[in-house]
Design a protein around this ligand. Structure first.
Ligand code: SN0
Length: 316
């Protein structure tokens, strides 16, 4: 593996999942792999799990880690080519990426969707520019359209907790008053497509995800019907793709409660976190035995370790 921007960079998904599970059993088995190498983690947006789990995974592999909140501490970065830089951005990505690439052997980047301009967000300009100018492998720590390290942790969690060969996995939209990106939901669908699961997606009308992410997922607009017989309920809020970046509704009846979970086949609840209690999901679900949110977050370390290991092996 060279870059890790989406599932398209993965050659063998089941092997990558197994590698994550092996890392969990033996975290320091590959501690020599990253020796004398450095990973730079660049954050244009807030982070808790991604930042700590990726740093931990990198250290388990013997890598040196440098983390920077580039969005706050760095110079404003110009991403467009050929512009007159007379605005608020002091540095061009051409220099910034090349310089960081000269210090680091791998660069991880978090840069969320702006949710103003769909074409721009879906072009993944920040990642394309870093890929072009840094000349080292780039790792997606959540881009405008995807969050693949989260999705790999989700695959690992489903593998660990499934009790049927082909579980029913329901991605449900949750209410939120703020406009959030489609990245986690897009990515989850993209990674569930090659898995041996029945994928159902439920959301209010107007919240359809881009068809290239939905794939074989079956869309059912009636949440109660979608939840019937589910083994895993994966909650997430996202803003509209069609009416780009808009909040069309925050209908509280979409919140996940015990009554909703009672429609499932003793289903487990998953969410990438952070989440707002009693708006998206009721305390009774999060504090009860159905919730896998902590186990899922813990698996972020192993998904990051599986990916970084693969990149380091490719450098040998
Ligand atoms: C981000 C998102 O993509 O939805 C990160 C998820 C890993 N979530 C948020 O920005 C939540 C913000 C909030 O105010 O609830």
């Amino acid at each position: 593996m060279n870059h890790f921007l989406s599932i398209n960079d993965v050659t063998d998904l089941s092997q990558l999942i197994s590698s994550g599970i092996s890392a969990k059993r033996n975290p320091f088995g590959d501690i020599e792999l990253g020796k004398n190498k450095t990973i730079g983690l660049l954050f244009f947006n807030s982070s808790l799990r991604t930042r700590i789990s990726t740093q931990k995974a990198a250290q388990n592999l013997g890598l040196n880690v440098i983390t920077m909140n580039v969005g706050q501490d760095g110079w404003g970065l110009e991403m467009e080519e050929g512009v007159i830089m007379n605005g608020d951005k002091a540095e061009h990505v051409k220099e910034a990426a090349a310089v960081i690439g000269s210090y680091c052997d791998i660069i991880g980047i978090r840069s969320f969707a702006g949710l103003q301009d769909r074409e721009k967000d879906y072009s993944e300009q920040v990642f394309q520019q870093f890929k072009k100018y840094a000349e080292v492998p780039i790792v997606n720590l959540e881009s405008a359209t995807r969050h693949p390290l989260q999705s790999l942790a989700d695959c690992i969690t489903i593998e660990e907790f499934k009790i049927k060969q082909r579980p029913k996995v329901v991605l449900t939209w949750l209410p939120h008053f703020k406009a959030l990106p489609q990245a986690v939901a897009n990515s989850f669908c993209e990674w569930m497509n090659p898995m041996d699961v029945e994928l159902v997606i439920t959301h209010p009308e107007g919240y359809d995800l881009a068809p290239e992410f939905v794939g074989k997922g079956q869309v059912i607009y009636d949440q109660n019907k979608a939840l019937e017989g589910a083994d895993f309920v994966y909650g997430k809020n996202w803003s509209s793709y069609q009416h780009y970046g808009q909040v069309l509704t925050d209908d509280p009846s979409w919140m996940i409660t015990e009554a909703k979970m009672a429609l499932t086949d003793n289903g487990k609840f998953m969410h990438c976190l952070p989440l707002r209690r009693n708006m998206k999901v009721a305390d009774e679900v999060l504090d009860g035995p159905r919730s896998l949110v902590i186990e899922e977050a813990a698996n972020r370390e192993w998904s990051a370790q599986a990916v970084l290991r693969e990149i380091l092996l490719g450098m040998q």
